[in-house]
Design a protein around this ligand. Structure first.
Ligand SMILES: Nc1nc2c(ncn2[C@@H]2O[C@H](COP(=O)(O)OP(=O)(O)OP(=O)(O)O)[C@@H](O)[C@H]2O)c(=O)[nH]1
Ligand SMILES: [Mg+2]
Length: 363
């Protein structure tokens, strides 16, 4: 089993990959109704590259800087000397301003009041610490490590999200960590319509020296089928499909995602093993709406929340966590936040830590 973001050193030498150059995908194409996908960049596959990892503390600084405004708005609430209705009203407003949403704000306020009562706190500064506890506890179920090779090999991941959420960039960053850890990665450019999208993914594949399956203007489901078949045939550890951005309201495009999911399942039993949604942390409550809508269509297994280094307010994570609780209460599984994005560079992807996040938010 492979576990990422824990493993800092690359293995000594990667076995040379077979120089497979084509995918025999005639039957594939027949099945999903498209011509075989072209395979590009098929040199020796895994070259674990040891790049210096940014220390976690500097990453946390960027997160804190991104969430600064929320932090100072929330901190302002606790500068008085009394714990009274006014404090709770100001806190409610600050949480709503931070994109926490009505339900999660109500949940946090009720939880906080309970904690204040239990601890008989009298100092607003103590209430702030109790809020950090309440928030960390709410967010805690979102913490999980993405593992590969646990269920099957290759581990097949499908990545979806609205336009510009940061899917391709996040895949590039993730690939870097996977390849850096010695995993053999294959990327599938399922955004077949835009040449720029294919090229963007190809650049990430090139940088990370991994293979990519890509095809101009073809059927995204066929490309993914071919990629998974190639991943199996070539002994890859991971296959990651980068899909085109779309709104959850575009029914035909959501249907296309379903089709991709199905064709991946036909290429390999049990695949996709991960269905990841990438959401832009700046989109506030809209991010929660995206999570719900994509989950309803695809059945999500994890999230990547990007752009938390910018003007994001961060509260939406609490809203997502509350939604997750309801999902679990209804018999579903947790949809964890595997990673958060805190910048555009390769190393700007980190695992989600509830306590750190709560502290960054209440900076
Ligand atoms: N600041 C910041 N920018 C990011 C982050 N993640 C992605 N971006 C930027 O967001 C923009 C869009 O990223 P893409 O990866 O192309 O987004 P996408 O979801 O693949 O977009 P489409 O394929 O067009 O739907 C790029 O300029 C990225 O550099 C992040 O964590 N922080
Ligand atoms: Mg993209």
């Amino acid at each position: 089993m492979f576990s990422f973001f824990r493993k800092k050193t690359a293995p000594a030498a990667a076995p040379a990959a077979p120089a497979a150059a084509t995918v025999d995908s005639t039957s594939v194409a027949d099945e999903v109704g498209a011509s075989p996908a072209a395979v590009v960049a098929t040199e020796a596959v895994v070259h674990p590259v040891e790049r210096p990892q940014a220390p976690r503390s500097s990453w946390l600084g960027r997160l804190k800087a991104g969430l600064k405004r929320t932090g100072s708005n929330l901190a302002q609430v606790f500068t008085g000397t009394r714990i009274d209705d006014e404090l709770y009203e100001e806190l409610e407003a600050a949480l709503l301003m931070a994109d926490t949403g009505v339900a999660a704000t109500e949940f946090l306020l009720a939880d906080l009041k309970r904690r204040v009562k239990d601890t008989q706190a009298t100092d607003p500064a103590k209430v702030k610490a109790l809020l950090a506890d309440a928030l960390a506890e709410l967010l805690e179920p979102l913490e999980a490590e993405l593992t590969i090779g646990r269920v099957a090999t290759p581990t097949v991941m499908m990545v979806a999200g609205v336009n510009g959420a940061g899917k391709t960039t996040s895949i590039g960053k993730l690939t870097r960590h996977l390849a850096g850890g010695g995993a053999k990665v294959l990327l599938a450019a399922a955004d077949t319509f835009r040449a720029a999208a294919r090229e963007q993914l190809a650049v990430w594949a090139d940088r990370n020296q991994v293979e990519i399956v890509s095809q101009a203007g073809g059927d995204p489901a066929a490309v993914c089928f071919d990629a998974v078949s190639a991943g199996k045939a070539r002994g890859c550890d991971v296959v990651i499909a980068d899909t085109a951005g779309r709104l959850a309201t575009q029914a035909h495009l959501m249907e296309e995602l379903r089709k991709i999911r199905r064709s991946v399942g036909r290429a390999m039993d049990g695949a996709p093993h991960e269905v990841l949604l990438v959401v832009d942390g700046n989109t506030g409550q809209n991010a929660l709406a995206q999570v719900k809508a994509f989950d309803a269509v695809l059945g999500l297994t994890g999230l990547i929340v990007t752009k938390l280094d910018g003007t994001a307010k961060g509260g939406v994570l609490a809203a997502i966590a509350l939604w997750g609780r309801e999902r679990v209460a209804a018999g579903g599984a947790v949809v964890p936040v595997y990673f958060i994005g805190v910048g555009e560079a390769l190393e700007d992807l980190e695992t989600f830590d509830a306590r750190e996040f709560a502290q960054a938010l209440l900076n």
